[in-house]
Write a protein that binds this ligand. Structure first.
Ligand code: GAF
Length: 387
């Protein structure tokens, strides 16, 4: 898909900037199979890349200027000089590529400017990491063109810094690492403490199953306060328990840890979610690696209940997807991503996928919700150069 758009993106670049681009790159969005909100607690996550990508045609400049254009946003070419100190108030789309240039320069990399034209197919505001795709595609292009020699995980760290400091969204490292490092046919088992990775084969079609992504069309945004409040609550929990991060609370010690939190009810719930969610990621890895793929279904459903009841970040639309999918024969379902809207995933027998989709669509109509967007997700390649 991205390969097919490379030519169109390059042509548009030439129209805009008067010369062929030096190259064209793609970086995907992601869905997270399991491991939600664990990434800023040094924990485990397990995303895989979507076929939907951000594609960038890019050429170097030598005058410090960054020119940006997007096929997906109204308006002409934006001309910027990513400033120091970094702005925290610029939340428009140009903040993501500009933040990446800022973060590369701040880390001492000689990025002397660029002309960039972008086109993306990752749905925006759907919890599928459209921002990370935008950051990573720009980071990879600049890494190649300026011969910086950075590895995927290093680019992910710089993109996270761009988003935390330049854009002002306190996100973890999962989405950027997923976009940079995922591989086709695999889910990425990532330890966010040291970014060590294992590619876990995840070929549902071969086993007669499929994974549906249900975009509820309820828009979410990480820069808004709720995500930051959950993060601060987790940090408070770690401080009260005297550990560096909630990753350090072992699953077997959970009851004792909860007892020590006394009447801090909200923090107790956050801690319980993070500790049980890390355990669920380990369960899913073990089930997938022992060929018991269908058995991950109930673990996904438990994860959803934990996000709904303990972490309190679901919404009626996401709950309706999970409840309806399970009532109509799905193997498992849960919300995915940051929450407060966005998307859910549904694991189902391939033969049941149409019936489950129809049931979810009908339930949304009956509830008076906006129709969801449903598609099948196949684990796809991570960021790469297209030409
Ligand atoms: C968002 C964030 F960007 C990630 O870092 C992660 O915390 C996720 O929400 C929740 O797991 O996608």
């Amino acid at each position: 898909m991205s390969e097919a758009v490379a030519g169109t993106v390059a042509e548009r670049f030439a129209q805009l900037y008067g010369a062929e681009p030096e190259g064209v790159w793609a970086a995907p969005g992601r869905v997270n199979l399991i491991g939600e909100h664990t990434d800023y607690n040094d924990g485990f996550v397990m995303p895989f890349a979507l076929p939907h990508t951000a594609v960038a045609a890019v050429s170097r400049r030598t005058d410090g200027v960054l020119r940006l254009h997007s096929a997906d946003v109204e308006g002409g070419v934006a001309e910027l000089r990513p400033a120091d100190p970094a702005p925290r108030s610029d939340r428009g789309w140009t903040a993501y590529p500009a933040g990446v240039v800022w973060a590369l320069r701040e880390a001492g990399h000689p990025v002397t400017g660029a002309d960039i034209h972008l086109a993306a197919t990752v749905p925006v505001g759907a919890g599928l990491s459209s921002s990370a795709a935008l950051e990573v595609v720009v980071a990879l292009a600049l890494n190649d063109l300026f011969e910086l020699g950075l590895r995927g995980w290093q680019l992910a760290r710089l993109c996270q810094r761009a988003e935390n400091v330049y854009v002002g969204a306190p996100v973890g490292i999962m989405d950027q690492t997923a976009s940079a490092c995922c591989e086709s046919g695999h889910a990425l088992f990532l330890d966010t403490r040291d970014l060590s990775q294992r590619q876990i084969p995840f070929d549902l079609a071969a086993e007669g199953m499929c994974l549906l992504v249900v975009d509820t069309q309820v828009e979410h945004s990480h820069s808004e306060g709720e995500y930051g409040r959950r993060r601060a609550g987790c940090e408070k929990g770690a401080a009260l328990l005297g550990v560096d991060s909630l990753r350090d609370v072992a699953y077997g010690d959970l009851d004792e840890a909860l007892a020590r939190l006394g009447d801090e009810e909200e923090v107790r719930r956050l801690v319980r979610h993070i500790v049980t969610e890390n355990h669920r990621v380990e369960q899913v890895v073990s089930l997938l690696t022992s060929g018991e793929t269908r058995a991950i279904g109930p673990v996904l459903v438990e994860g959803h209940a934990s996000l709904r009841d303990d972490f309190a970040i679901s919404c009626p639309e996401l709950d309706l997807v999970v409840d309806t999918a399970m009532a109509s024969g799905a193997l498992g379902a849960r919300m995915t991503g940051g929450g407060f809207g966005g998307s859910a995933i549904v694991l189902t027998e391939a033969a049941d996928a149409d019936a489950v989709t129809k049931a979810v669509e009908e339930a949304f109509t009956a509830a008076g919700f906006t129709a969801p967007r449903v598609f099948q997700a196949v684990p796809s390649p991570g960021a790469r150069r297209l030409r």
